[in-house]
Design a protein around this ligand. Structure first.
Ligand code: GLN
Length: 448
């Protein structure tokens, strides 16, 4: 299945890493060898991994893909990467991403686009925003990587690169030390080669953290043990609203094939309805920019990163933010401040929050008749670099199947499930009940 991976392309051409930390990696590897020799073996002992450049890493530059944090070196470590270090990770570097994780193609990064190792005669995007993570894992530059998912940024790049990506339940992984995009939607998770690898990584990344007020105080279950378990009798819901107008034939065929695989593994297929699905994307593109506009207010040239001095304080703010933020980030700030402004709050922000409640209720109703939900991950395979970059609405439409789980806080995984007519990878998504990643891992294994 790797026939289309161009073996001539070396890692540097993919532009997957913003910063490499090979010297640090050697030190970590030596320390890991020493621990191994003394019989102490962590969950990630010696595993060469990459970290999305949205997770703060102590003493290692953390840019969030933005010029405004282009020279920012944190003095602290995110909880997720600290957990992984404690489990013996060897960190190879910081992975490229869309600026502040805003995007679906990794083309909004200040550090240039990431290229997908899968090719079709031209350079393709790896998806986004975790494009560096997905591309690096697909090209075997690292064994696995961290990623974040606010509206699909783990699952859609996994789908575009033939990798596995899971977004756990909101609150499973601490947000502490991860650069914020939209705090009520942001959730960390891994991108890996196999379902089992993703379970190993998630077991390390997840866990209660008193430093994040939305962190869930619950033990991390044995997700690795759930992988490969039988799904006999499991009820798999197929939501009719995900059969969107203009669904490409090969995506529909992939979905049908996934349904057959589930049946063959002993699952029961149940037609379900999630009636408010069509409002999810517009609601997401109100809520996410609203929260982003608030979170990004901190980049004022005083506290972090870039400062462009002006004639007074206000002028310094303006010059710094004008120089430091790219087009997509500015677009989000403008949308976000507009929908939160006094005259429009009720019409946009409040209404979007009401839609969000309906979407939560849709899923609650669905769980009465099914245990997991199967859908395509994205409405297309990887597209050419440059194709959608000047049309934000086309870009946003790529998130149509992924944003619902973020709005509802549910776990969702993308598993490679086949190739399109051009030989490019496509993923299927499994959505589970809140806190029931175990069922998601079981069902995902049945598609491998
Ligand atoms: N593509 C979506 C956006 O641009 C989701 C990004 C994400 O999940 N970080 O907002």
């Amino acid at each position: 299945t790797k026939a289309h991976v161009d073996a001539c392309m070396d890692g540097a051409e993919l532009n997957a890493f913003i910063t490499t930390t090979f010297e640090l990696a050697m030190d970590q590897a030596k320390a890991s060898d020493a621990r191994r020799a003394s019989g102490e073996v962590g969950k990630l002992e010696g595993a060469p991994l990459g970290i999305k450049d949205l997770f703060c890493t102590e003493g290692v530059k953390t840019t969030a893909g933005s010029k405004i944090l282009g020279d920012f070196t944190p003095t602290y470590e995110s909880t997720v990467s600290a957990n992984m270090k404690a489990d013996g990770m060897v960190m190879l570097g910081k992975l490229n991403l869309d600026e502040f994780a805003m995007g679906s193609s990794n083309e909004t990064s200040h550090f240039g686009p990431v290229i997908n190792p899968w090719r079709n005669g031209e350079d393709l995007v790896p998806g986004g925003s975790s494009g560096g993570s997905a591309s690096a894992v697909a090209a075997d530059l690292c064994l696995g990587a961290t990623a974040t998912d606010t509206g699909g940024s783990i699952r859609q790049p996994a789908s575009f690169t033939g990798t596995v990506g899971i977004k756990p339940t909101y609150g499973r992984c601490s947000r502490w030390g991860t650069v914020a995009f939209a705090s009520s939607l942001d959730q960390a998770g891994p991108i890996a080669k196999t379902v089992r690898d993703s379970a190993i990584l998630l077991e390390s990344m997840a866990g209660y953290d008193p430093k994040d007020s939305t962190s869930i105080n619950a033990d991390v279950p044995d997700w690795v043990g759930a992988c490969g378990q039988s799904i006999k009798g499991m009820r798999i819901g197929i939501p009719k609203e995900y059969s969107i107008d203009g669904m490409p034939a090969d995506i529909q065929a992939l979905w049908d094939n996934g349904i057959e695989m589930m049946k063959a593994a002993g699952a029961e297929i149940v037609p379900i309805s999630l009636p408010h699905t069509k409002y999810a994307l517009p609601a997401y593109y109100v809520v996410a920019p609203a929260e982003a506009s608030s979170n990004l207010a901190r980049y004022d040239g005083m506290r972090y990163g870039l400062r462009v001095d002006g004639k007074d304080l206000t002028d310094t703010y303006e010059l710094t933010r004008t120089d430091g933020f790219g087009d997509e980030v500015r677009r989000r700030i403008m949308i976000g401040t507009y929908v939160l402004s006094a005259g429009y709050y009720d019409a946009y922000y409040l209404r979007a929050q009401k839609v969000r409640t309906r979407i939560v209720q849709d899923f609650e109703n669905a769980w009465e008749s099914c245990d997991a939900i199967l859908t395509p991950t994205a409405p297309s395979a990887a597209f050419a670099v440059g194709r959608k970059v000047s049309d934000p609405v086309q870009m946003y439409l790529n998130d149509i199947f992924t944003v619902t789980t973020n709005l509802a806080g549910l776990p969702g995984v993308s598993v490679p499930a086949g190739l399109d007519q051009n030989g490019l990878p496509l993923g299927l998504q499994i959505i589970g009940r809140a806190m029931d990643e175990a069922t998601v891992f079981k069902a995902a294994s049945a598609l491998e």
